[in-house]
Ligand binder design. Structure first.
Ligand code: DAK
Length: 255
């Protein structure tokens, strides 16, 4: 059984984690299949946005504890799982997480590697690693702190508690909470709105926003300015502004 299912609905694609017997626990085989699927879609000109989802019961219940339990520090370092995990965060196209059920530990971290999180009202988020005697290892201490601020990130990570979709939304982790039956449709609706825009402008916007996580403000502003100026050499900028002046819808070509 494939660990990842890809549903193409051009111009969008839905990538589904498919390890139901383990609540989509993220083992190395699944992560490898996932990054290959995402990178293939990222290089596919017919696909303009990607949705990552799990099952109704579980987005992903974390990294696979059974496969990690006996490892020594030297072994996990040699395995270097982050080499694969980090590639999720390098996808250039808009990547939306549609989360139902458990998004725990590495599952929460995986959702945070996406650009936007839409959650169903059944979603449960948390960084539970502290309960296992470890800390988040796939970006949780960094991305969660950026998303919800230091005090809440400390509470989440030090307590190992589970938080509802509503709490995650109030904290700023999640952009929208919808009834479970609608979460995928809501993500698709948003993806279809996004794909109407210029792909070059979308990539630039994503680059600039992600730079804000890495760079001090003055450098981030420089990065934004550089990307902003570059867009004035694109046909899409000319088309977007001309369409406004002619009171019509723009026809962006990605050039
Ligand atoms: N790993 C392996 N198996 C898991 C799993 C997990 N994280 N979560 C669930 N399962 C398996 C269960 O073992 C069970 O399998 P069987 O025992 O039937 O064979 C099956 O899924 C169904 O689970 P339950 O019977 O427990 O189902 P319940 O509804 O009763 O409970 C639960 C659901 C989500 C509350 C519970 O399963 C649970 O607490 N799961 C563990 C949640 C957790 O602690 N997650 C954090 C794991 S640590 C890194 C990248 C990532 C990470 C670290 C490093 N690098 C790149 C360096 C991340 C670490 C983590 O995520």
């Amino acid at each position: 059984m494939p660990l990842i299912l890809v549903h193409r609905e051009e111009p969008i694609a839905v990538v589904q984690l498919n390890r139901p017997e383990a609540l989509n626990a993220l083992n190395p085989a699944l992560m490898q299949e996932l990054v290959v699927a995402l990178e293939t879609l990222d290089d596919d000109a017919k696909i303009r946005a990607i949705i990552l989802t799990g099952s109704e019961k579980s987005f992903a219940a974390g990294a696979d504890i059974k496969e990690m339990a006996a490892l020594t520090a030297a072994e996990i370092k040699k395995q270097n799982p982050l080499q694969v995990w980090d590639r999720v965060a390098t996808i250039k196209k808009p990547l939306i997480a549609a989360v139902s059920g458990f998004a725990l530990g590495g599952g929460c971290e995986l959702s945070m590697m996406c650009d936007i999180i839409i959650a169903s009202d059944t979603a449960k988020f948390g960084q539970l690693e502290i309960n296992l005697g470890i800390i988040p290892g796939a970006g949780g201490t960094q991305r969660l702190t950026h998303a919800i601020g230091k005090s809440k990130a400390m509470e989440w990570i030090l307590s190992g508690n589970i938080y509802s979709a509503q709490e995650a939304a109030e904290a700023g982790l999640v952009s929208k909470v919808v009834p479970a039956a609608q979460v995928l449709n809501e993500a698709k609706k948003l993806a279809l709105t996004i794909v109407e825009k210029s792909p070059i402008a979308l990539a630039a916007a994503k680059k600039a926003i992600l730079a804000s996580l890495d760079l001090p403000l003055t450098e981030g502003l420089q990065k934004e300015r550089q990307l902003f100026y570059q867009l004035f050499d694109t046909q899409d900028q000319k088309e977007g502004m001309q369409a406004f002046l002619e009171k019509r819808k723009p026809n962006f070509t990605g050039k």
